[in-house]
Ligand binder design. Structure first.
Ligand code: 6PG
Length: 243
């Protein structure tokens, strides 16, 4: 089945980009809850999405989503305690989950108290228990690293070869750390995938992601091509310098 070409949403400023993605998030949540009575989203980590989460939890947006039927997962997690400053869960907890008073039973964090491989396996089981046979998120939010990694799909790592739609543990030789990540097949099963990338520092990575010759080992973001629809890119002009 041909993969749809990326849909670009380009805004003049980072703030407008955040608002554009916040509006898209609201629309996806509403559509999912109307169709299936719930909205299952995988949050991205790192620094870019923090402002998005704070915006969604703000007085301007908090009443636009039925949070009682929204369920939160993570596209990847650093292999650190959940209260570690590096934890993606901690960032989302502080920026989004606590301000919205999301009950713990609606949040599925990676259990990083387990050994890496077991943590990934347990996360896969948690997703299977929630979704049933096919793990299909309504929305997966992603960021883009300067090296064109996304989630924790880093260049030249074994997880790039994964064929199973699951969570896997990956050891990053350069950083000497473990990560837990959704595999590309799992991401590509999602109903919608949206990247949030802004700032001039990301322009080279965006250009590679969208325009470079395919070499997914080197540029893992090129693995992301959901069967069910186009990848949505929310970019500011600074990050979207056309080649
Ligand atoms: C993580 C993220 C990662 C992130 C990119 C971009 O755990 O760090 O999931 O894939 O999205 O590294 O990070 P920034 O937004 O901080 O540039």
């Amino acid at each position: 089945m041909p993969r749809n070409s990326p849909q670009l949403h380009v805004f003049a400023t980072a703030n407008q980009t955040l608002r554009g993605l916040a509006d898209y998030f609201v629309a996806q949540a509403s559509a999912a809850q109307a169709a299936r009575s719930r909205f299952a989203v995988a949050l991205s980590g790192g620094s870019s999405p923090r402002s998005l989460y704070e915006l969604l939890a703000s007085d301007e947006y908090r009443h636009k989503v039925d949070w009682t039927r929204t369920f939160f997962f993570f596209g990847d997690e650093r292999y650190v305690p959940l209260d570690d400053p590096e934890s993606n869960y901690r960032m989302a907890r502080l920026a989004l989950l606590e301000p919205l008073h999301i009950p713990a039973q609606q949040v599925f964090a990676v259990d990083t108290a387990l050994p890496p491989a077991e943590a990934a396996q347990a996360y896969t089981v948690a997703m299977q228990s929630f979704f049933g046979a096919e793990i299909q998120f309504d929305l997966i939010l992603l960021g883009l690293g300067d090296d064109t990694h996304t989630a924790s799909l880093f260049p030249h790592t074994s997880v790039l070869q994964a064929t199973a739609a699951e969570a896997q543990a990956v050891f990053l030789e350069q950083k000497q750390v473990h990560r837990i990540t959704l595999t590309a097949p799992l991401i590509n099963q999602a109903r919608a995938v949206a990247f949030l990338v802004y700032g001039a520092g990301k322009a080279a990575a965006v250009r590679t992601a969208l325009h470079a010759e395919r070499d997914a080992e080197k540029h893992p973001v090129q693995l992301i091509a959901p069967e069910g629809g186009a990848v949505q890119w929310f970019l500011d002009e600074a990050a979207n310098l056309t080649p």
